[in-house]
Design a protein around this ligand. Structure first.
Ligand code: GDP
Ligand code: GDP
Length: 438
């Protein structure tokens, strides 16, 4: 998946632009109930092209003493990790010395950089935007993130060079390999866990074809199942950049999540759930990946049953947008209970890749309709005709009905839960798409 990073000084309007671009998306596809959280990443679909937008503004602390350095880090990281960059500046303040510094950094990259001048709310400000040609760039995009001006042109050019979305891949024999990503903040124990899993096992480490970054995946076998552990080199190598700014580590996780079937979201039991953990989990949910939540460093806890219960409740509560993710507790350091992890991953994957025959799907749909009649919407009865499983990974069902727009969130949730229960899919995300009968 193409990754686009939004960079720029504080207050130029990065997060406004981010929200503006994402809002467009919501009008287009909104099959799933969203997650309420302070977003810094989002998947955007624009005319058949889908990309991940990252608001790097969320990575900067706001401490005036550190802003210049952090913003510079942010640009360097974007250059390293992103496929394209939206560099935002502010027409109202004019060309700022820091804009010049950043533009100098950005000029050195081969990656496409879009120079966006924000807060051009009307024609009067166009002249202000023109000043930014002084940065020595070929094209300046004058936009108003707040009012939507110029956004269409920007998206048009941004997506022009991106590949068209591919239709969902068909399953092949090679897919019997379960792709697992271990993700989490720095120091939660990712490297320790990966080393514990691999142990003495004979492994084949291979650069992954088709990935632009220096990803190294590790293939191994366990109990007759093959697993591909994604990005192991990236985990083992300590990124110097990311240690300085812990929040930046999330951007590392995104690429790995995109390439996996099942993400192991690792938490530090002693520290509990942090916002960064939720951002990572949110991305797993958004990308519809299977998920296992690993509470690592279990050995560091006082085993007071009440405290343990409280912690587990906290994890369950804050990750309620991933209700299907099993929660495991272990110690990567001592190895205690780590042996439960792969079987849990395997179980999630098996549900994630499950296929149900059309006859069964329709029987279960009929059962659901009988148990809980679809509500009247504006005096009209919502009618379902037929359903089928369109794809797996995750299981995705298409339901044909008379008025897809009017399937209420709560009824969709009821149907989803009924499908989950009936098909034994309690450990995988399940998608329901509502379509008009053709
Ligand atoms: P960030 O720090 O770069 O993420 O900036 P924000 O998105 O938080 O915006 C900073 C301020 O600029 C806020 O007060 C916004 O309302 C304002 N702002 C953002 N976009 C526009 C715009 O297009 N026009 C105007 N006039 N103000 C804007
Ligand atoms: P990463 O940055 O997520 O890859 O984390 P590391 O694997 O480098 O671990 C960070 C620190 O936590 C190291 O000092 C590890 O020894 C320690 N650590 C990892 N797992 C555990 C655990 O299960 N228990 C304890 N007590 N420490 C752990």
């Amino acid at each position: 998946m193409t990754m686009v990073a939004v960079v720029g000084r504080p207050n130029v309007g990065k997060s406004t632009l981010f929200n503006r671009i994402c809002r467009r998306r919501h009008a287009l596809v909104d099959d799933l109930p969203g997650v309420t959280r302070d977003r810094i990443t989002a998947q955007v679909s624009y005319e058949g092209k889908t990309f991940t937008l990252v608001d790097t503004g969320g990575f900067v602390s706001g401490d005036p003493e550190r802003i210049a350095g952090e913003t510079r880090e942010q640009v360097l990281l974007a250059l390293e990790e992103a496929d394209a960059i939206l560099f935002v500046s502010d027409a109202k303040t004019g060309v700022h010395p820091e804009d010049v510094t950043m533009a100098d950094l950005l000029r050195r990259t081969e990656k496409p950089v879009f120079y966006v001048v924000n807060k051009v709310d009307g024609p009067e400000q166009e002249a202000l935007a023109a000043e930014f040609y002084a940065l020595g760039v070929d094209r300046v995009y004058a936009v108003s993130a707040a009012h939507g001006r110029g956004i269409h042109d920007l998206l048009e050019d941004l997506t022009a060079a991106m590949p068209e979305d591919e239709p969902p891949e068909e399953e092949t024999e090679a897919d019997a390999v379960i792709r697992v990503a271990v993700v989490g903040r720095p120091n939660v124990g990712k490297s320790t866990l990966v080393n514990q899993i691999l142990g003495e096992r004979r492994v084949i480490v291979s650069p992954t074809p088709g990935t632009t970054r220096d990803a190294v995946d590790t293939l191994f076998e366990k109990d007759g199942r093959r697993y591909l552990l994604i990005d192991t080199a990236g985990i083992r190598r300590k990124g110097r950049t990311y240690q300085k700014l812990e929040k930046l580590s999330i951007i590392k996780a995104l690429g790995s999540i995109d390439r996996c079937h099942v993400a192991v979201v690792l938490l530090d039991a002693l520290e509990g759930v942090t916002d960064q953990d939720l951002h990572i989990g949110g991305y797993v949910q958004e990308r519809n990946r299977g998920c296992v939540i690993g509470l690592n460093k279990w050995d560091t806890l006082e085993k007071d049953p009440k405290a343990v219960r409280r912690l587990l409740d906290e994890v369950k509560g804050r990750f309620r947008f991933l209700p299907h993710a099993p929660i495991l507790t272990f110690s990567a350091l001592s190895g205690k209970r780590v042996a439960k992890l792969l079987p849990a991953v395997r179980e999630v994957y098996e549900q994630y890749a499950l296929r149900v025959g059309t006859g069964v799907v329709n029987r279960v749909l009929a059962e659901a309709l009988e148990r809980h009649e679809p509500p009247l919407v504006s005096g009209r009865r919502l009618k379902f005709y037929y359903a089928t499983q369109a794809s797996t990974r995750p299981p995705t069902f298409v339901l044909f009905c008379n008025d897809p727009e009017r399937v209420h969130f709560s009824y969709a949730r009821f149907l989803t839960n009924h499908f989950r229960e009936s098909f034994g899919m309690d450990k995988t995300p399940v998608r329901l798409l509502f379509r008009p009968r053709t």
